[in-house]
Every structure is written in structure tokens, then in C-alpha cells.
Design a protein around this ligand. Structure first.
Ligand SMILES: [Zn+2]
Length: 277
């Protein structure tokens, strides 16, 4: 995608909390008590992707979901993107910024309490980095304990995306891919093509017994029953990514976003607007 300017990327409407004025938030609260909170990370994704990949994805998922819900007359506000997460296992790569688990839990709780203070009652946490899921769940439970009339939900779209991948016609990869691989690279190609350098993409695959602990139907993040905490990505993959990112196409990223957003939209419409999706 070519732009005439020297923009690194383009931010599309609707506004998130960062771009709104306080008066605009007050006006939105007349129509909705529901806020989507993108929970990102700043971490290595290989030489071909920016460190902000996960926060860009989380924001875009929430943006597309808000647009889809608006079309269904279910207005929501997009909250502030949390730029940092628990990325301890990517610290072997320069530029990665990590919070400890307890800090992320506190950040999420204080963001949710702030939004609750202003009148939001449905607080929906949407990750861009599945490594944050345990902390998101703890923070969600704590906020429910601490507020009398909130509804907090952690929305893990990875399960739906894995189902879409399993149908077999979305990814060009024939071998197991994961972090920074074809699928994730494709999604960043959709929104931040100027920040993707496929000439630097490196093909790297894990042994099946290693991949199973990171990315498989057995992993909790994709609906399974196993969770192996990751110690070090640098020890797993010298290039930081897993799979063949050079296979990524923007159209694949669009399909991935469609699968994710369809599920989020269905659940939010059903559970927060009293409509069976
Ligand atoms: Zn990522």
C-alpha cells in the first residue's frame, strides 16, 4: 500500500478513548455502558514485524468489532490500548518491554476501575498477546469482586481463529506456524504494511513436541487443557518468529480478522445487548 505522505501508518475511525475528548466520552456514555479494552504488548516478533505488533492487533480487533456492532445498533466505546504486557519470555530480544504479572494485573484493574468510575459497567478485555490471558482473568475476577454492578469478560478469540485455520484454506503454511508467523504477519500487513519487511522474514520451525507446548489444540489458549509457561523464546527460536512469515498476504489477514470479529460481535451482541446472535 503506497501513501503519498511519509506516514508510517494510518489510524482509522472510530476514535478510541485516546482520541476522544472528555465531553465525547460523556456523550457516548448516554448510549452505552460497554467498553472494549485492547490489551497489547511491546515485544519482538522477528526481524520483519514491529515490536508493537500485538498492541496494533488488539486495537484493530476492537476497532473492527466496534464498527460491526455499530452497524447492528449496539454502540460500544473503544478504551485505551494497553501497550505493555507480560513479555518476560521475549526479553532475549532487544526492545521488548515487559511488566511483571502483578503489575499488569494492577494496571488492568486500575484502568477498569477508572472506566467504571465514569459509568462504564461492561468491561470487555480483548488481548493482542495471549501471554496476558492469565493476568486478564485475575484482574477480571478482582474487579467483579470489588464492584457491585460490573460485568467483566475476557475475550480470547484465539479459539475461533484456530478453528478457522483448521478448516485448512486460510493459511498457505503447510507446517506449524505461530508467533510472528504467516497469520500474524498477514494481520499486520492489513493495517501497517509500511512496518512489515518481508525481505527480512526468516523461516523457522519448531520440532513438533516443542510446537505442541506453544501452539496446538491442546494448549489452553486455543481451547485445550494444557498450559506450559514459556521460559525463553530466544532459546526456542533464534529468529524470534515461528513458521514462514514470507507466505503472508494482506487478504489472509483480512480473513483472520473476519473470523475473530464475527465471534466477538456475536458474543457482545448476545451477552451485552440482549440479542441472540
Ligand atoms: Zn503477537
Amino acid at each position: 500500500m503506497a501513501h503519498d505522505s511519509d506516514d508510517l501508518y494510518v489510524i482509522k475511525a472510530p476514535k478510541t478513548l485516546y482520541e476522544m475528548t472528555s465531553a465525547e466520552v460523556a456523550a457516548a456514555l448516554v448510549h452505552t455502558k460497554t467498553v472494549l479494552i485492547p490489551v497489547g504488548a511491546t515485544e519482538d516478533h522477528g526481524a520483519h514485524l514491529p515490536l508493537g505488533t500485538d498492541l496494533f492487533e488488539a486495537r484493530e480487533i476492537c476497532r473492527r468489532t466496534a464498527v460491526a456492532l455499530e452497524a447492528l445498533h449496539c454502540p460500544v466505546v473503544i478504551g485505551p490500548t494497553i501497550p505493555f504486557g507480560v513479555s518476560t519470555f521475549h526479553m532475549g530480544f532487544p526492545g521488548t518491554v515487559t511488566l511483571t504479572s502483578s503489575t499488569l494485573i494492577l494496571v488492568l484493574k486500575e484502568v477498569m476501575h477508572s472506566l467504571y468510575h465514569h459509568g462504564f459497567r461492561n468491561l470487555l478485555l480483548v488481548h493482542g498477546h495471549d501471554g496476558n490471558l492469565p493476568q486478564m482473568m485475575v484482574a477480571a475476577q478482582d474487579v467483579v469482586n470489588e464492584t457491585p454492578d460490573s460485568t467483566v469478560v475476557v475475550m480470547n478469540w484465539m479459539v475461533e481463529l484456530a478453528k478457522a485455520y483448521a478448516k485448512g484454506d486460510m493459511l498457505r503454511s503447510k507446517k506449524g506456524e505461530s508467533h510472528g508467523g504467516e497469520g500474524e504477519t498477514a494481520r499486520i500487513l492489513v493495517t501497517h504494511p509500511e512496518l512489515v519487511d518481508l525481505s527480512k522474514a526468516q523461516e523457522f520451525y519448531l520440532q513438533p513436541h516443542e510446537l505442541r507446548k506453544i501452539q496446538s489444540p491442546e494448549h489452553m489458549k486455543t481451547g485445550g487443557g494444557l498450559f506450559y509457561p514459556t521460559r525463553s523464546y530466544a532459546a526456542l527460536t533464534p529468529v524470534g518468529s515461528i513458521g514462514n512469515p514470507a507466505l503472508a498476504l494482506a487478504e489472509t489477514g483480512e480473513k483472520g480478522y473476519d473470523a475473530i470479529v464475527q465471534w466477538l460481535t456475536m458474543v457482545i451482541q448476545r451477552d451485552f445487548f440482549g440479542l441472540e446472535g
